[in-house]
Each structure stands twice: as C-alpha cells, then as structure tokens.
Design a protein. Sequence first.
Length: 577
Amino acid sequence: MNTAIDYRYVSDHDHDKYEMTVLRAQTLFLDGWRVVLGLSGKDSMATSVCVIEGLRRAKAINADVGPLYIVTTDTTIENIVVHDYMLTLHDEITAYAAKLELPIECHVLRPSLSSSPLIEYIGRGKLLRTPETSSKSRDCAYSWKILPLKAFLKGLAEKHQTEKIISISGSRDEESVKRAASLAKRQETEFAPVMTELGWTMAPIKNWTLNDVWQLFSIIDDGDIDSYSEHFYKLKRIYSAGNGGVCDLFAKNTIKSKDSCGSRHGCFLCCMSEKDASLENQIAIDPKTYGFMQPLNDLRTYMLNTLFDYNNRSTLGRKLSKEGYIKVGLNQYSLEYRINLLKYVLSIQADAYERNGNHIIDLIDYRELLAIQYHWSREGGESEPGMALKIWHEVVNEGVRYPIPVTTYTPQEFTPEYRYFPLMKFVESNQPIGLDDEGLDNKYKSLTRLFKKNGERPQRVIRFTESQTFDVVTANARAMTFVEDFYPILIEDGHLDGKCPTVMLKHLLESGVVTLAKGTIGRVHDDARRAQALNSLRATLDVSIPDAIMLLSVSERQMNQEIAARVAENSPQFALF
C-alpha cells in the first residue's frame, strides 16, 4: 500500500502545521504502527488531537489500522487538578472512539509500588530528589514515568507480536534549550520514527511554537476543527492560573510574549527546582479552586527546608560489606522523620476529606500504608509493632491531627567522617530467628515453608506468597480488612504485647496481604534477623538504636585492624620441622 503523505489537506485550514501532523500520524497507522501517546499537558493534548484525527482518516482507508493507546502516568504526586483533567479527557476520548468506532484504548500507568514516591520517601527513607541529592538530573522521572512506560511498551510488543510499537510525545524544541538538546541527542524528529532507549519514538509537533499549540485549541473552539473534547477552555484556565493569572493566547497570530501560557505543571514533590511556581500561582490566583493543594506545597517546603537537617537522618547505612560491617554516618531519612511524614500526609488528606466530602487528596490508601509498614517492620527500629497502622487509626479513625511545623531552610554542611558498625557480629551473637517461628514446631507445622540459598541447607520460614514484584493485595478488600479489622484484633487480643516489631512483618506475609518478588525471601529473612538484632541491642543497652550504633561503631582504621586480626586468627598454621 502506498502510504506517502497526501498534501492536499495542508491548506484546508488556518493551521497548516495541524494538517501536516495529522498526515504524519495517518501515515504511521497505514504503515502498520501501533501508536502509544502519553497524555499529560497542553503539548501532548495538542498532539492527541492530531493523532486521533490521523487515526480517523487512516481507518477510512484501511479498517484494520491501529490500535492507538492513550496513557497517563499516575505518580500519585502529580498536580491534582491537571491530573484529574487528564483523566476526564480519557473519558471523552473513550466516548469519542466509541461513537466513531475508532480502535483507541486509554490506560493509567503507575510506577511499581516500591518505587512510588511516598513509599520511597516514607517507607524506605530515600532522600528527597534535589540537584544536591540526585546524581542524575531526572532520575525521579525515570523511576516514576519512564520505567512504567517501558513495561507497558514491552507488554504491547508481546501482545501484538511486533516490533512496530511507537511512542509519540508532545515534546517541542521551543519548550526549553534542554528539551531541544535532548531531542537532538536522541535524533528525534517530527518526520519519521527513530530508535531510542525507549524504543521507536517520534515527536510530531517538535517544530511547533507555543503559539501553534494554543492556536489549535482556539481553532477547535471556533468550530473549524472537530475534536474529541469540547472542554479545552478548562485547559486555558488551568494554565492561566499557573502563569500568574495572565495568559495571552494569541489565537491566529504569531506574536510572542512573556505572558504566553507556558507554565509547567509537574509533581508537587519534584524538587529539582527550588519552587513549584505554577502550583503557587494557582493557589494565589484562585484559592477557591486550587487552595486545597496548599498543604501539599507546605509539605514540599517542609521537606526541602529539612533535607539537610542532619538530625533527621538515619545513622545506619543499608549496604553490608562482605566482612559484616555497615557504614555509619549521614544516610537515608531516620525512622522518626518518616513517622512524622506519615503523620503529616495522613492529616493532610483527612482534613481535605472533611472539608470537601470526598477523597480529593488521596496519597496514601491501604495499599500504600501496608507497603510503608512492611518496609518499617523489615528495617527495624519501631518502638512497637505496627507503628504505621497505629498512626493510621489515630488520624483516620480517632481524628488526631498532626500539622506540618513551620521551618526555615537548613543549609548543607560538611559531612562528618563515616564510622563502621559490626552488624553481623551482633546478629551472630543474638542468634535471631528472622522469619522462622516457634509456632511452626507445634500446631502451625502446616504453615512451614522452606527456602534454599547459595547451596546452604534449607531454612525454615513462615508462610509467604510470591508474585512478579513486591505488592500489596487489594482484591476482595484484603488490604482494607487487614488495616481496619485484623490489626485491631491483634491489639485487643494482646498478640503484639512485648513482641519484637518484626512480628508485624510475619503477620503481613502469613496473611498473604503482602506478596514478595520471586526469589527475594532469603533477603527478607536476613533483613528480619538484622532488624531483630538491632531491636535486641536497644533493649540490652537501654538506649535508642542510633545511640547504640554510634556507641559501638569504630573508625575505618579500627575496622581494618579488626578485619586483619580476624583473618590472621583464621589462617592455617604450619608447623616448622
């Protein structure tokens, strides 16, 4: 089939670039490409108008073209108004596709549970991503957006049994010098697919100006172009507010101005920039519409201000050396800091629910809560089992609120010299049981599971369930039931009294509400043993775990001496004749 671009349409409207882009999209579909389009803001929306029209024209020629996949990524920390508007457009696209019998599917993509922002920050203690803490300028975008898209594209390739899967973006050269450089580096063009790290990609509005984008929406509003939505005026309101209330749309002319609608709406916890100017402008210009997001900006400010307050850092690192030492110094967020973050986030969304009567802010639900609890229980350091669950009940069911404190920025200071803590020495001396359980000797023998690691003898652990990735089961209200019913029963019946906090890890795994990635049970068992050793250390010395670690850690020189002495002690001795 000859799929060369037909230029007869190019001058049918005032917007020649629109027609050129439509024809490029039409050609893709007629050439057998399955197209994936990310929908996230004004530029991708303009692209979607062109691509959907290209699909409509292609289908009129060949009924078997497509499908087109529209995807929006939910990082959980997107600008809420913008994200909700994108989901409204999903509904409108679906209705438009049904009406015209177009092969279009809309999907919401999400990062893996462990990589979700609030699980990273609150659950695992990862530091807020800023220019000072990120070795790569946009590793957050990679974890939260690019990886989910890669997984989706891989799934489509397997589904359709073809490599002709192309990802379409709304990237434009004029957006910024950095964006233009990125497009040039990947050799992305508006003319044809190119192979990149993401697979086949294309930027069909690469040469569009900001004015071209807004012109398209104005032409749609005037009725000159048919589109899937009649509500693009909402987009103008959102961008006008983000631009400080001033927004010259310049329909049908080419005037440029500093007041043009070029505001950028991103994740409210993306701190690669000092301020979220668009969010702050929205709140200031129209507090009635956008004011509910003020606490989210307050949370952002709090986390930025306290990032280099070293009192909020854990002293104990995560990486265990082969000799059994862990680096002691300024590492991830301390558990105490993360406990406070959870209190603030749950208070924010509970207050929003009370004011608005709906879950307008929904950052942590049962799934996220149990993921946070899992990481806390696995790490060790809680003052009692199930601290995350306890905080949930305080805030959600008992009405306790934890306001975000007022802070000032703490500048980055000199990092103190690292020390080293002989963790495995204390693990070996305490002989913790990890995920084993005394109950498996008696009436719970049927729940016994065994795993083998590195050729060692099989080790006994409690029942656990494996899946492709770490996850929390929400089907059939499993997660909700664990939080709202099972945890209170554990408290009421005294099953948590005087127990090591890792007991909650066992409950999460035994109940099946938390599933482990295949092959990770050995690491979880080892981590549980380490957590038990640390919790025991606190009880023995009657001081906090951070204080105990600092008290028992040694300098790098001392550590090397200890290792050398141990090697000498274990070396074979040869008799002299």
